[in-house]
Design a protein around this ligand. Structure first.
Ligand code: ADP
Ligand code: MG
Length: 262
């Protein structure tokens, strides 16, 4: 087995993937260590959500090259459920509604699957209710949302809070949040960002996918990556996000055009 440095959580090497015969990821390289917050920015269609879905194991996305190590294991060999149990979390750009499935029960089953993987005892309904009520405060969510079906009829902002609640319960090692800021008003954005900041620790890592600087005003990334044409075109510190805000994406398009001609 290939052993990364001890604190490397995720190592993506030359990752290539297609969807319906269309190549989307064309060689993504990205290494994420414990304690780090990364942001991936890029225009719509640059492949950001595809990257997150490939990492989560979405069946429509076919890996055609490269590799991904998660804590030294070959992530791409694992089933999506295993990835989740092992602490990889994906907050979706468009969280799914699951009519007929109680949000509370859904959260309890997924939390218990993760807990048993960590060697912790599973929680019965009563013990889980205590935990969930405590974690609700992270996202300032009304307990009434627990009694409803998963995300059914939730507003955009409520769905995003529910994702962060799920994250607060699952205690992931690597959390990938795809456009968690989209559709949030400024108050909801602060709450969601506050939750993410609260959950970030020296032991875990966060990958924020966003095309706006505004999320990065409230969550300070250690690294910012600019994605274009299915690759990471440039990596910098938090100032790179400000540069994008300032200059827009035209220069990114120009750099990509040069790369694609070559
Ligand atoms: P981003 O998240 O950066 O906006 P995406 O990863 O969603 O970009 O999309 C990248 C490209 O892949 C786009 O051209 C998009 O149309 C295409 N794509 C993504 N998912 C699918 C799919 N399920 N079927 C067909 N094309 C897709
Ligand atoms: Mg997207």
């Amino acid at each position: 087995m290939i052993r990364p440095e001890a604190d490397t959580l995720l190592e993506i090497v030359d990752l290539q993937a297609r969807v319906e015969d269309k190549p989307i990821l064309k060689g993504v390289n990205l290494t994420i260590k414990a304690g780090e917050i990364h942001a991936v920015m890029g225009r719509n269609g640059s492949g950001k959500s595809t990257l997150s879905k490939v990492l989560a194991g979405h069946p429509s996305y076919v890996v055609t090259g490269g590799r991904v190590l998660y804590r030294g294991a070959n992530l791409l060999d694992l089933e999506p459920e295993q990835r989740a149990r092992l602490g990889l979390f994906l907050g979706f750009q468009y969280p799914v509604e699951i009519p007929g499935v109680s949000n509370l029960e859904f959260l309890r089953v997924s939390t218990n699957a993760r807990r048993s993987e960590k060697g912790e005892e599973e929680l019965d309904t009563f013990a889980f209710e205590d935990l969930v009520r405590e974690r609700l405060q992270v996202v300032q969510m009304d307990p009434a949302f627990l009694e409803r079906s998963v995300n059914e009829g939730f507003s955009g902002g409520e769905k995003k809070r529910n994702e962060i609640l799920q994250m607060a319960l699952l205690d992931p090692l690597v959390a990938i949040l795809d456009e968690t800021d989209s559709g949030l008003d400024i108050d909801a954005l602060r709450i969601v960002a506050g939750g993410v900041n609260h959950l970030a620790s020296p032991d875990n890592a966060t990958l924020l996918i966003t095309h706006y600087q505004r999320l990065l005003d409230v969550i300070t990334p250690d690294y910012v990556h600019v994605m274009a044409g299915g690759r990471i075109l440039r990596t910098g510190g938090k100032e790179l996000a400000l540069e994008l805000e300032d200059r827009g994406y035209d220069w990114v398009d120009q750099e990509l055009a040069v790369l694609e001609v070559a």
